[in-house]
Design a protein around this ligand. Sequence first.
Ligand code: FAD
Length: 340
Amino acid sequence: TGSRKYTGIVEDCCCEYETVDALNKEVLHPILQELVTTPFFRYFRVKLWCDCPFWPDDGMCHLRDCSVFDNPWTYDDETDNAEMTYVNLQLNPERYTGYAGPSARRIWEAIYAENCPKDPSGEFCQEKRVLYKLISGLHSSISIHIASDYLLDEANNLWGENLELFYDRVLRHPERVRNLYFTFLFVLRAVTKAADYLEQAEYNTGNMEEDLKTQSLVRQLVYNPQLQIACPLPFDEAKLWQGESGPELKQQIQRQFRNISALMDCVGCEKCRLWGKLQVLGLGTALKILFSVDNDNLINQQLQLHRNEVIALANLLNRLSESVKFVHEKGPYAERIMEK
Ligand code: FAD
């Protein structure tokens, strides 16, 4: 199109915006869209009760579009924990729910203010900047899903795109777009770093035909030749934690990330909580893959991922991929009409 707004290398990453858009559109997005519909990846195990350690007054919300459609719900017989349920993600798309106002705002505020504090000089060190950018990128992606599937006319139950909201919450702030691309590449790097592990993992649901398809899609994703040529190292985690204070910093950021995870129990809307928990678990899994082992030989280092972590990681990558595609395809048009 000749007039791209985002060009060059995605900040702190190793690939160009143009490359990411092309790879996503032609290769990653189609594979991920199919992968997340397979029986293994479409069920997420989650505790949906609001169990907020920070604001005890924050209860379940009863907004019309907010509840999780629970068919089928299955009890988890592995852990025998009656509070855990399996949710079919395909029946509960992430979209506009009407969850807003002080409850939603204080969660985002707590995430940014308490967990991504700037140091006294007002600057982030590189590692803290990574955590901030991951959260901001995820926030952009959530806003994009709200904008791309919005309740336009309540009386007629008409759903569609809200480009004004897309512009106001994301496009108008170029750093939010950049953080989205950064988060996408970060999670993509985790998936490719864990390629051997993911390729050998069990995708057993009892449906052999579907499980073989799942395995084949995972292989297409993690050993993708086009990805290996165009963007072999989407993010270079080896650059982090190098300084003297590296180990201490790592612990501090782990603590902050745990606080962010705990805050998800305070999200006062069931469907938002489902996707909030899934995506934060996906980010946690990406951080675990990238920072708990030193080199690419993950199998020898005994990387252990729970089934739910693998599911969260793939679904998070798919959500980010949808958001990147939306920005690429709808961003220029939305900017044109909003900036008229
Ligand atoms: P918010 O999105 O609440 O943002 C609050 C403030 O954060 C902004 O004023 C701005 O200063 C800052 N900010 C915004 N975006 C970024 C960014 N990308 N990077 C850095 N800073 C930023 N609502 C739904 O309808 N559906 C959902 O599925 C859904 N899921 C949610 C999941 C979680 C975990 C949370 C906390 C909320 C969720 N919400 C969901 C609510 C939604 O995110 C908004 O909070 C709500 O729509 C109100 O939006 P807002 O315009 O007040 O700004």
